[in-house]
Structure formats: structure tokens, C-alpha cells
Design a protein around this ligand. Structure first.
Ligand code: NAP
Length: 234
């Protein structure tokens, strides 16, 4: 029980990597806010699974790209559990497009969720954590943000590079308040995001084989790999 008594928000926890992180933190004793934007059924299922395993969690709908929603998400943690110790900024979207064909609308949407979302949530959470003089924030970026992106993910790669930089700046801003800010930059992890993005089962299997061959351990990542790293950082 490494997180006994702690309160954690995991954004985008209805599916994929966020779901694995929420369940892992709950297993270690954290009380978890399972955030989602559209997937109410999926988020409730995650909460039920956590409760069935003896943990404590509540689902909270909030669009992280909207400041009012992010503020409400953090308020809900304090209202429900009295404090906030952990924020995992995991919610994200992948919209394809290269420098020639990315639309302004797609650019704005990706930046709003992937970059402004973590900003909104970090700012709201940090105000509570500064008062507590402690807190841990983890931002989920991507290998795409480190310059390792395949073509055709322009807005996504830029948003994830921005998130790495925002992590470093926020870590400097908040370190003296007893708050750690770290970033995880996963490679290719099997979730709805990559299944949708590859477009067909055939293409998915081809990409999976390619990525497995490129990976040092000979297989692609699993959401639990990222959840284990998040727990290590916390
Ligand atoms: P996923 O399966 O598509 O899940 C995305 C999650 O984000 C869902 O829970 C979704 O909620 C939530 N979400 C989307 N927009 C939101 C918003 N505006 N406000 C709140 N929640 C929102 O994706 P994933 O693969 O698990 O990815 C999780 C994170 O890891 C993302 O930041 C992604 O960029 C990053 N990542 C993924 C990979 C990969 O290969 N999968 C690699 C590197 C980095 P709803 O269910 O309500 O829609």
C-alpha cells in the first residue's frame, strides 16, 4: 500500500493507459478520481472494478480543455476526499495530419486537449498542492514529443513536445513548494488510440509487428508498463 491515504486525479481514465494507471494507484491505496469526457459507461466500469477489488474511486466527467471543467475536477477531489496529492495528466487525443493537410480546426483541438488540458489541470491542482506543501504531478507525453514521431502526426507531436517543456518549467516553478512534476513519454502502446489510428485490423497487425521488432524487449508496450512507471515516479 504505497499510496495509502493519498488522493489522485487521473485524467482520461475511462480507457487505455489512464485506466491502467487509475487501477494501479487504487490498488496501492489511493482514492482515485476517474476522469472522462464522453465514456461515462467505461469510466463507471473502471470505478466498479476498483471498488470490487476493495479500493475507493469516483467517476468525474470533465473536459480538460475547458478551464472551468478542470477547476471543477480539482474542486471535486477536495470536496469528496479533503485533499489532492497526485495529478496524472493522461487525457489526450491523436488526430493525423502532416504540415500540408492539418486543418486549423484539428490543430486547435489537439492543442486544446493535449497541451491546454494539462495546463488547466496543473494550474488548478498546483494551487491546492502549494497550500498542502506537497504533491506529485505526472504528465503523459509521447515519444513523438521527443522527435521520434512518424510522419503524419504534426499537431500531436508538437503538443507532446510542448508538454515535455511545460513539465520542466512547471517542475522549476513548483519544486520549492514540495511538488514534483515528471513526464512519461511512452512509445507505441496497444490501446483504442492506436487501434483507431491504424484504421484496420490488417494495418494494426502490420504496425504491431514492425513496432515489436524495433523495441529493445521485442514486444510493444502494454498500458500496465506505463502504470508501473507512474507508480515508481509517485
Ligand atoms: P485512449 O485509449 O484513446 O484514451 C484516451 C482517454 O482520454 C480516454 O479516457 C478519453 O476519455 C480521454 N479524453 C480524451 N479527450 C479528453 C478530454 N477533452 N477531457 C478528458 N478526457 C479526455 O488513449 P491512450 O492510448 O490510453 O492514451 C493516453 C495518453 O497516452 C494520451 O495522452 C496519449 O497521447 C498518450 N500516449 C499514448 C500512446 C499509445 O501508443 N497509445 C503512446 C504515447 C503516448 P473518453 O473515454 O471519455 O473519450
Amino acid at each position: 500500500m504505497k499510496l495509502e491515504g493519498k488522493v489522485a486525479i487521473v485524467t482520461g481514465a475511462s480507457r487505455g493507459i489512464g485506466r491502467a494507471i487509475a487501477k494501479t494507484l487504487a490498488k496501492e491505496g489511493a482514492r482515485v478520481l476517474v476522469n472522462y469526457v464522453r465514456g461515462a459507461v467505461e469510466a463507471k466500469k473502471v470505478v466498479e472494478e476498483i471498488r470490487a477489488a476493495g479500493g475507493n474511486a469516483i467517476p468525474v466527467a470533465a473536459d480538460v480543455s475547458k478551464k472551468n471543467d478542470a477547476d471543477r475536477l480539482v474542486d471535486e477531489a477536495v470536496r469528496a476526499f479533503g485533499r489532492l496529492d497526485v495529478l496524472v495528466n493522461n487525457a489526450g487525443i491523436l488526430v493525423g495530419g502532416n504540415i500540408l493537410d492539418t486543418t486549423e480546426q484539428d490543430w486547435d483541438r489537439v492543442m486544446a486537449v493535449n497541451l491546454k488540458g494539462p495546463f488547466n489541470c496543473m494550474q488548478a491542482a498546483a494551487k491546492v498542492m502549494v497550500r498542502q506543501k506537497s504533491g506529485k504531478i505526472i504528465n503523459v507525453s509521447s515519444i513523438s514529443g521527443l522527435g521520434g514521431a512518424p510522419g503524419g502526426e504534426l499537431a500531436y507531436s508538437c503538443s507532446k513536445a510542448g508538454l515535455i517543456n511545460m513539465t520542466m518549467v512547471a517542475a522549476l516553478d513548483l519544486g520549492s513548494h514540495g511538488i514534483n512534476v515528471n513526464c512519461i513519454a511512452p512509445g507505441w502502446i496497444v490501446t483504442d488510440m492506436v487501434i483507431r489510428h491504424t484504421g484496420s485490423e490488417k494495418k494494426f497487425n502490420e504496425v504491431k509487428e514492425l513496432k515489436s521488432g524495433q523495441a529493445m524487449i521485442g514486444r510493444v508496450g502494454d498500458p500496465q508498463d506505463i502504470a508501473n512507471l507512474a507508480l515508481f515516479l509517485l
